[in-house]
Design a protein around this ligand. Structure first.
Ligand SMILES: [Zn+2]
Length: 268
């Protein structure tokens, strides 16, 4: 857990072990030790290992939904004229897109509690100690934060769509950890690359040309962020980011964004 993140980890609360009777506690320890000893093999067998096509994250019913309806007719033609207005309009479109997609899987959609368009990281609901992010999703309060600092709207539109994807991962349960799943950098990369892909799926009709340009830039790996080792560790290589963005743009489905079933080299 060394790399910078644009979402905050939160640990589920457990009931106090102290109150459990001794045999139960011992059995618990033995099972955990066994899992730790067998690690990958057992996790693969019971399907909880990220990258296992049998894992709950890889077989989620959201993958059975059709292409995201990526139209956003209310978006202004000049997206750079009033960037905050553009992002506010896109927010409404993303709510509509994800509500319709989750409904196909009989999942209820609730919008983020708040979408903060901030001028400095200090104004965000979380992630204040991190030095460098364009956007961040705070799962505890379900707040999307986007840093508005550029004169071009599209990179911020992509950031907004990416943080929205984290919100969908959170409320659908895809981002939930299960069993002995290890919360490590590999887990983080699958989460981040999936969010890139899902963001591309939502923006593929809104801004297809700018989206292609952005994925081309990511693929060149020349961005300041993707060159940083810590960023690559938690978010994946520029080449893989571009790969998943292209998949989302071409197919437009969450199924195309199933990083949890992908081989390790595609989420490196
Ligand atoms: Zn992210």
């Amino acid at each position: 857990m060394n790399g910078p993140r644009d979402w905050e980890a939160h640990e589920p609360r457990r009931a106090g072990v102290i109150r459990r009777v001794l045999p139960t506690a011992l059995a618990f320890v033995v099972i955990l030790s066994g899992l730790a000893y067998l690690r990958g093999d057992l996790r693969e067998l019971i399907g909880t290992a990220p990258g296992s096509p049998h894992s709950a994250a890889a077989t989620h019913r959201l993958y059975e939904t059709g292409p995201v309806d990526g139209r956003c007719e209310t978006l202004p033609e000049e997206i750079d004229a009033d960037i905050r207005a553009t992002l506010r309009t896109l927010t409404g479109c993303l709510d509509r897109m994800w509500a319709a997609t989750l409904a196909q899987a009989d999942l209820a959609y609730s919008p983020p509690a708040e979408v903060r368009l901030v001028a400095t990281p200090e104004e965000a609901a979380c992630g204040i100690e991190d030095y460098d992010w364009a956007g961040i999703y705070c799962p505890d309060g379900r707040v999307v934060n986007v840093l508005v600092e550029d004169r071009r709207a599209f990179p911020m539109m992509f950031t907004l769509a990416h943080e929205y994807a984290h919100h969908v991962q959170e409320i659908s349960g895809i981002a939930g950890r299960r069993g002995p799943e290890v919360f490590d950098e590999a887990w983080s990369r699958r989460l981040e690359l999936q969010a890139d892909c899902m963001a591309a799926a939502t923006l593929r009709i809104v801004e297809p040309r700018r989206l292609r340009n952005l994925s081309r830039l990511a693929g060149q790996d020349s961005g300041t962020q993707s060159q940083e080792p810590a960023y690559r560790q938690s978010h994946g290589s520029g080449a893989n980011s571009a790969r998943w963005m292209r998949r989302g743009q071409q197919a437009g489905t969450v199924e195309a964004c199933n990083t949890w079933a992908a081989p390790a080299e595609q989420v490196s």
